[in-house]
Design a protein around this ligand. Structure first.
Ligand SMILES: NC(=O)C1=CN([C@@H]2O[C@H](COP(=O)(O)OP(=O)(O)OC[C@H]3O[C@@H](n4cnc5c(N)ncnc54)[C@H](OP(=O)(O)O)[C@@H]3O)[C@@H](O)[C@H]2O)C=CC1
Ligand SMILES: O=C1O[C@H](COP(=O)(O)O)[C@@H](O)[C@H](O)[C@H]1O
Length: 515
């Protein structure tokens, strides 16, 4: 891979949407961390682009504020700051104005000369997706793709609203950029423990032999959030949890858990294996199937961390009669040899009691329980990937209670990675920006992955559009609607508590729904 060369010949970052939320919270902090860690040499420049007017100084000051507020490295020395910020320029540009792109090309060429950059250009679109096609065309027509280096387009989710709109969007972009030049961000793929799933699976003789339907009873994926929709109500009304979290982050996690070992750890080999999983996810054929396997719900007013929080319908830019789901749970099946019959349970929701991203692998019982009469079950073995906020691996198994005669109790081995290496591990966006700069697309989603994910999601949204009566409600600060528990109960399973969740609370929720 030509990683080092890419970095050594410099790069121009074009941040479209430079005054927006994503740029401030994620992109400037990521670029600063890379700079502080020596992963960006002196040969780079960042051009911020948005419609509103900003002088160079004002823009640099915005970047300063964003870094102080959101970056894991604080600006502690003026020297650091001065040598960093001299690389930042701003230009007011409306994406619909081709003339502005000619001007941008001139500005770029002069900056490339100043910083000795060999024409490598990374276009980051932190913009609404409706503008992607227009930007791509204007980049080409404005001459920005004529430089001698590489050209890469980084785009944010959501990639479309359904399969059809995603295909249209893809076609627009592909008129200008090759698939290899397109980096579709799914920031979950930049998270340390998501990347660790493949290592834990493929570098350990403990796990891979058991990784199939003979030994695994079910897999549970939880992405719970305490936040509500905040000021993103307008966006969220058209997205809901299904498109905001399930279509991308959640299905990518399913793919990482279920994929076959790739023959080589190369980008295309890994993505080939992931897409096979996504293609094998069973779509639901009608509203009845969706009703049986999928739960959608919306939060009502409630108490979270001792504070009363609004109902979703009372959030800014949200309709008082909105049917948008802020909670999504499903039982899904990967129809292939390895996973036949193994349910994958997924759930995500806003305004839940704690922030947690976890994957639990529940193993089947041993063939014969020699310790107790058959009616007494041993606790199943669990392997848990803790993704966020704590990062680590947790294994629960059965052992003899010390001193007891034949008492068996579940015990745990808990490896807390974030405790070991400290909390200051790289943010997902840092890894992904660096990967895009180096030309490594492993942890970006390829078009066929996106399209396959949409097929499954469309089977749900089509059914929902025919039946609006199945929306459930849950109080903000609770763990979600009752339907989520019933999804598993039908098969004799229960949701395992996520880190920090009291087991008694799970039992209580369970008991409540059993009534
Ligand atoms: N914020 C987040 O946490 C996440 C965001 N995303 C995605 O990232 C993208 C950006 O999101 P976010 O930063 O939140 O959005 P914001 O609304 O905060 O920012 C949008 C940016 O686009 C600029 N802009 C809008 N129209 C034009 C135009 N015609 N020409 C030039 N610039 C324009 C705006 O600046 P100005 O008004 O000055 O033109 C602003 O800088 C979206 O696709 C979103 O879905 C994805 C995951 C998370
Ligand atoms: O993509 C998104 O992700 C965030 C959650 O990300 P995390 O890294 O904090 O787990 C979510 O809040 C947001 O709605 C969604 O667009």
């Amino acid at each position: 891979m030509n990683n080092l060369n890419n970095n050594q010949s410099g790069v121009t970052f074009f941040i479209f949407g430079a005054t927006g939320d994503l740029a401030k919270r994620k992109l400037y902090p990521a670029i600063y961390s890379l700079f502080r860690e020596g992963k960006l040499n002196e040969r780079f420049t960042v051009i911020g682009l948005a419609r509103r007017h900003r002088s160079r100084e004002e823009f640099q000051n915005d970047v300063y504020q964003a870094i102080q507020e959101f970056a894991r490295y604080k600006i502690d020395q003026d020297d650091n700051w001065e040598s960093f910020v001299q690389h930042f320029e701003y230009m007011s540009l409306n994406t619909n104005d081709l003339n502005a792109f000619y001007e941008l090309n001139q500005l770029t060429e002069s900056l490339e000369q100043r910083f000795d950059i060999k024409g490598n250009r990374l276009f980051y679109l932190a913009l609404a997706p409706q503008l992607f096609g227009q930007v791509a065309n204007h980049l080409r027509d404005g001459g920005l793709l004529n430089s001698s280096g590489w050209h890469r387009l980084v785009i944010e989710k959501p990639f479309g609203y359904d399969l059809q709109s995603a295909e249209e969007l893809n076609a627009q972009i592909r008129e200008v950029f090759e698939e290899e030049e397109i980096y579709r961000i799914d920031h979950y793929l930049g998270k340390e423990m998501i990347q660790n799933i493949e290592v834990i699976r493929f570098a350990n003789a403990f796990f891979e032999p058991l990784w199939n339907n003979k030994y695994i009873a079910n897999i549970q994926i939880t992405l719970s959030e305490t936040v509500g929709v905040g000021d993103r109500g307008g966006y969220y009304e058209n997205s809901g949890a299904l498109r905001d979290m399930a279509q991308n982050h959640m299905l990518q996690m399913v793919a990482m858990m279920a994929m076959e070992p790739p023959s080589r750890m190369e980008s295309e080999d890994i993505r080939d294996e992931k897409v096979k999983v996504l293609r094998s996810i069973r779509s639901y054929s009608d509203t009845q199937e969706v009703g049986e396997h999928v739960v959608r719900a919306q939060y009502t007013e409630g108490v979270l961390n001792d504070k009363t929080v609004h109902a979703y319908r009372d959030e800014d830019s949200v309709s008082k009669t909105s049917n948008t789901e802020t909670f999504f749970a499903a039982e899904l099946y990967v129809d292939n040899f390895r996973w036949a019959g193994v349910p994958f349970y997924v759930r995500t929701g806003k305004r839940l009691p704690s922030k947690a991203t976890e994957v639990v692998v529940e193993f089947k019982n041993i063939p014969e329980n020699v310790y107790f009469a058959k009616t007494n079950q041993l606790e199943p073995n669990l392997l848990v990937f803790r993704v966020n906020p704590q990062e680590g691996i947790y294994i629960k198994f059965n052992a003899k209670k010390p001193g007891g005669k034949s008492m068996i109790i579940p015990v745990a081995m808990d490896f807390c990675q974030s405790c070991e290496v400290g909390l200051n591990t790289p943010e997902a966006y840092e890894r992904l920006v660096l990967d895009a700069m180096r030309g490594d697309s492993t942890y970006f989603t390829r078009w066929d992955e996106v399209a396959s994910a949409w097929k499954y999601i469309d089977s749900i949204s089509n059914a929902w559009s025919q039946n609006t009566n199945d929306l459930q409600f849950y109080e903000a600060g609770s763990w979600g609607p009752e339907g989520m528990i019933q999804l598993l109960q039908k098969k004799g399973f229960k949701w395992w508590p996520v880190h920090g969740q009291d087991e008694a609370e799970v039992t209580w929720v369970q008991a409540k729904s059993e009534k």
